[in-house]
Design a protein around this ligand. Sequence first.
Ligand code: AMP
Length: 285
Amino acid sequence: MRICHTVQEVRDFVRAVRAEGPVGLVPTMGYFHDGHMALMHRARRECRTVVVSIYVNPLQFGPQEDFRTYPRDPERDLCLAEAAGVDAVFMPADAEMYPPGYSTYVEVEGLTDKLCGRSRPGHFRGVATVVTKIFNIVRPDRAYFGEKDFQQALVIKRLVADLNMDLEVVTVPTVREPDGLAMSSRNVYLNPEERLAATVLYRSLRRARDAILAGERDPERIRKCLAATISAERLAELDYAEVYGLPWLADLSRLEGDVLLAVAARFGRARLIDNLVVKVPSAEG
Ligand code: AMP
């Protein structure tokens, strides 16, 4: 497995293998768990060459957020990537990505006004900018993103379509712990009590889904159901509980089609998110 620290190194690597077949890219911030591994395994199955990027992008963290303390373990990540059959890892330094004089940013409008975009101003500008850069550096045929960060995957799909980027965005289902908690690098922030409390996120989503499957069609009642479940957990501090229409997060007056249930809450220092897509049964059944 090749380890590339500079743009030039990873470009040279990809240039030498491109003719052999499709290049897959898995962008990450490292500190791998089984969610990351699922993306790598999928890319490994579908692409001739697999490149993983590991970069904790300062641009997507707010001033009060956890950029400094975000968990990092590059040596372990490299072992796991190697074992997954990854061909190259791109792990640049900040100065390689944002050298002095850096001035260009990518904004995806509309989609980013909601959910995490509202709670984390500037977050998706940072994500869209770094992902555009990594796409331009690696020039993958396919890029793999997790549904755990559903809004992020939508922002990337919008970006790729709007800027005519010549690649396919592939999304991979959320990998969960046995008790339902979505895997996240930030789960390490949880103490044992908070870890137990955090299972309320997925519980709230399942309860709201069950209500929809039992006939509820009022979005406001679904938002209240999500919020009430989360607020009943003493260690949870609710950030948002929302329902939107898919594919592009439409505001709904009545639930129909495919809808996204999305929640975010704080447990101690950890801000965690989760979501579930529900196919609303049509009146005809
Ligand atoms: P991160 O390192 O947290 O930026 O995540 C890198 C990629 O892994 C993103 O596309 C995430 O959506 C994806 N990912 C993170 N957690 C999970 C999970 N539990 N299941 C599936 N994909 C995930």
